[in-house]
Design a binder for this molecule. Sequence first.
Ligand code: 13P
Ligand code: SF4
Length: 349
Amino acid sequence: MSTIPHANHAPPRQSVPPHPQWPLLTAAEKDDYKQRIRALLQQQNACLVAHYYTDGDLQELAEDTGGCVADSLEMARFGTRSAATTLVVCGVRFMGETAKILNPEKRVLMPDLAATCSLDESCPAADFRAFCDQFPDHQVVVYANTSAEVKARADWVVTSSIALPIVKALHSQGQPMIWAPDKHLGHYIQTQTGATMRLWDGACVVHEEFKGFALERVRRLHPEAAVLVHPESPQEVVEQADVVGSTTQLIQAVTTLPHSTFIVATDTGIFWKMQQQAPEKTLIAAPTAGIGATCESCAHCPWMAMNALQNLEQVLRTGDQEIHIDPVIRDQAVIPIQRMLEFARTQLS
Ligand code: 13P
Ligand code: SF4
């Protein structure tokens, strides 16, 4: 196997915002917001496209109103199938941008356009283009967690649920690859496929906090538990997994595996759906503190936490958080995204 060390590129680590301090709502206030949001969705022929990491109230509302709650691949697909003329993406900015790139004729809103992603932030488009230019014979594979401009420079866009088969296919054709931006996911795929990949040096601030040593100790306390790990986690955590997969694949594991207890190494927002699908199972959050940890993280994405009933209702009233993409960038970025969707349709079904 020929592996190439990580690109010697260390983009500045951006500052992570504190979780938004939304006022806590009483049950009656929540119901009131939900009622108003339902009415606004109907009036505007709009639907909610939510990620599993968002607040349970938003996930419930998305399901009850004919929208979807999904991983980033399915969020992209759902938007193209939906008859709604407005998509309200509850998640982070790259998810809204992907929806707009695939559906330029639709209005795409988000509760807060400032909801970014540490992976997206770690990969400025100009630096990335310069990096790619050094390896003109490499296929450029980028994770969906990137800006429209970065996607516009890619040959392939992938999400965590489809990265492995796509890289396998490219590797079988003898293609060397550039991979960006998540070094942990890239390393995992490299070890699984033996592909030649030049890795960008980005990481998810949420998953990087899971600690291998602390996980070992929790596993000793719960030897009966299956360990579920999102591949954005560090190698020493991934190596302890019974299942490594995208958010959807981890939820499926909870419902299909015979285990009654699971240790889950991903954003805790996913527990709402896991518990809904398998209420009888016990879920334990993987540890984020331990030797090497500076503090205990809450394992919840600060940008996903920007989505709330309050700003969802507001954006439906005002329409002020709308995604716009430069048409030239859009026309380039749509190509590698469509390539991924076509691969999923023809190779994985
Ligand atoms: P999924 O595609 O698995 O939903 O992951 C998206 C993400 O941002 C995980 O941190
Ligand atoms: Fe990005 Fe990590 Fe948040 Fe996912 S959990 S959106 S990868 S910062």
